[in-house]
Design a protein around this ligand. Structure first.
Ligand SMILES: NC(=O)c1ccc[n+]([C@@H]2O[C@H](COP(=O)([O-])OP(=O)(O)OC[C@H]3O[C@@H](n4cnc5c(N)ncnc54)[C@H](OP(=O)(O)O)[C@@H]3O)[C@@H](O)[C@H]2O)c1
Length: 258
């Protein structure tokens, strides 16, 4: 084994990536697979899931997909069991929660339905998947949980509404999970994106003046790309990050400190 393998290789590890069929989740799934993990991606739309798995297997990786709706508790529980089945009965060593929605109604128009749906997908699903897989990781003495949160966990931005609340809760969940399971080799951290050009932001991305204005607010001078998350995800999923837990890792081109 080379030194870099010792630090970063994910060979022999199983990963579940929610939202792994699009945007940031897809880039993370690809990165973990290329670093050696067997990856199962979870989302709803089958065409995108199949297309992603074709890409990963085309790269020589071991990959599978599960179609499930993370907006309901039964849906999350079913998806978790389907993911274990897709891993041949093995439980994941790495769990990445990237599935997320941002419905953005102005706060005065925010309905109970939008609130409930946002909390269900963005906060409850990561909680339930943690409850399902975290204790097993702790028992086995190794695990990595990575949540994808948002700058809106830290500041208001373009109708943060329920979305920012859910992401703030997700950062707190990461700390609670880190406190519970870090003594047993399970680290829990969050990746904090700024503004990333993905399907989630399609509507905002068509406003070229706004996109340029956001790029200028970073230090690097451009908005994020899904690929920008690959290195940080491999680090947080690997043995190299064994002493990093409960942290928010900002992958935002310096937006949050500018
Ligand atoms: N893009 C940004 O600027 C930005 C900024 C801050 C934070 N984030 C966060 O980064 C994460 C990834 O965002 P992204 O930009 O990559 O978004 P994206 O391209 O829209 O991908 C979202 C993923 O979540 C899945 N998903 C959504 N609802 C689901 C549900 N009910 N059940 C199962 N899967 C569901 C989608 O697949 P299906 O639709 O097929 O289910 C898709 O795979 C999210 O948590 C988002 O909040 C993004």
């Amino acid at each position: 084994m080379t030194y870099l393998d010792e630090l970063f290789s994910l060979s022999g590890l199983n990963a579940v990536v929610t939202g792994g069929s699009s945007g940031i989740g897809r880039a993370i799934a690809r990165a973990l697979a290329r670093a050696g993990a067997s990856v199962v991606i979870v989302a709803r739309r089958e065409a995108e899931l199949k297309d992603t798995v074709d890409e990963l297997t085309g790269l020589g990786a071991s990959a599978a997909w599960v179609s499930g709706d993370l907006a309901t508790r039964p849906g999350v529980r079913q998806a978790a069991e389907d993911a274990v089945r897709a891993l041949g009965g093995a439980e994941p060593d790495i769990l990445v929660n990237s599935a997320g929605i941002n419905l953005r109604p102005p706060l005065s128009e925010l309905t109970d339905e939008v609130w409930d749906r946002t909390m269900a997908v963005n906060l409850e699903a990561p909680f339930l998947l943690g409850q399902r897989f975290g204790p097993g990781m702790a028992e086995r003495g190794f695990g990595r949980i990575i949540h994808v949160t948002s700058q809106q966990a830290h500041r208001a931005f373009v109708q943060s509404g329920a979305y920012g609340v859910a992401k703030g809760g997700l950062e707190s969940l990461a700390r609670s999970q880190a406190e519970a399971w870090s003594p047993y080799g399970v680290t829990v951290n969050t990746l904090v994106p700024g503004f990333v050009l993905t399907p989630l932001n399609e509507r905002l991305s068509s406003d070229t003046a706004k996109v340029a204005e956001l790029a200028a607010r970073t230090m690097i001078g451009r908005n994020g790309l899904a690929e920008d998350f690959e290195g940080a995800a491999v680090f947080l999923a690997s043995r190299a990050s064994a002493y990093v837990t409960g942290q928010a890792v900002f992958v935002d081109g310096g937006l949050s400190v500018h």
